[in-house]
Design a protein around this ligand. Structure first.
Ligand code: GUN
Length: 288
């Protein structure tokens, strides 16, 4: 059977359209709109692009909010003051501090300073804890986007053998927790592989659903994949010649997998779409 490519761009547009429709309905009912503030410290070029894209997507669905740009020399206490102000502002429902932060700032202290009810990245320990006990409120955007992709693509996760390559807090570990919880797009039997795993390839080959999130360009080769498996490629890397690739060797994977997310145009667009979804959910919590 030929491999089906999962179109993350089309699916992200669908999620964004759903969010936009709900925003206009809630605006008509309440006179209010969700507010998302993105905080950028310093001038990291990749972060500038991400932040611009996040705000643009947020404008397009009718959210309020803004970008707060702070100099690279900002101290931790200055950043904490900004967050205290945003936590107290009733027009702000979602706060996202773009990572990485300059070296003088303790990232974990910053994450913990965001009111968990406004933590639309899902990075605060309170939200990580809710995910760990199986009742997620704001799950990190990349893994929740992947769950949505699996559901929309008709992938049966219940009882499936899922293997997650990578144990980062933001993707691998959160992905594993989402897939093992109870409910639609979950109930999988999950194995997590990491840098100390012996023979990750043979474990990967057992997967019905293989999630590659180890951050190593084209590390997953065709012989890591069970014929017909669903392969989700979370990586994005720029090759020396300027082209992009993922953590999966796409040409080899296409010859073996049943479904595959392309890079670019797979998981990436879903991440911002889920940020919008989380921000809308944060807004709705304030209406209750
Ligand atoms: N830097 C890279 N990815 C992310 C993300 O999802 N959220 C934040 N806040 N920073 C990031």
């Amino acid at each position: 059977m030929p491999c089906r490519l999962i179109d993350g761009k089309a699916l992200a547009s669908k999620v964004r359209a759903e969010v936009a429709a709900e925003v206009s309905r809630l605006k008509a009912e309440t006179g209010k709109v969700p507010g998302l503030v993105v905080v950028l410290v310093g001038e990291d070029p990749a972060s500038q692009v991400y932040v611009r894209n996040k705000r643009k997507a947020s404008d397009e669905v009718g959210f309020g909010g803004d970008i707060i740009r702070l100099p690279a020399t900002t101290s931790q206490s200055e950043l904490l003051d900004v967050l205290a102000r945003l936590n107290a502002d009733p027009a702000v429902h979602g706060i996202l501090v773009q990572l990485p932060l300059p070296g003088q700032i303790d990232e974990q202290a910053v994450i913990e300073a965001i009111d968990p009810i406004k933590d639309v990245d899902g990075f605060h320990p309170y939200n990580a804890g809710l995910l760990a006990i199986g009742t997620p409120r704001f799950a990190p955007c990349t893994p929740s986007g992947i769950v949505r992709m699996l559901v929309e693509s008709g992938v049966e996760t219940r009882g499936a053998r899922a293997v997650v390559l990578g144990r980062s807090q933001i993707v691998g570990k959160s992905m594993a927790l989402l897939l093992m919880r109870k409910g639609p797009g979950a109930d999988a039997t999950v194995t997590v592989c990491h840098t100390a795993t012996r023979d990750a390839a043979s474990i990967a080959r057992e997967a019905d659903i293989l999630i590659a999130a180890m951050g190593r360009p084209e590390a997953v080769r065709g012989d890591w994949i069970k014929p017909g498996a669903v392969v989700i490629d979370v990586g994005i890397h720029r090759r020396a010649d300027g082209t992009l690739c993922g953590d999966v060797h796409q040409a080899e994977a296409e010859a073996v997998a049943g479904m595959l997310t392309p890079v670019p145009g797979g998981v990436g667009p879903m991440t911002i779409a889920m940020l919008l979804r989380n921000t809308l959910d944060a807004f709705k919590l304030t209406l209750k």
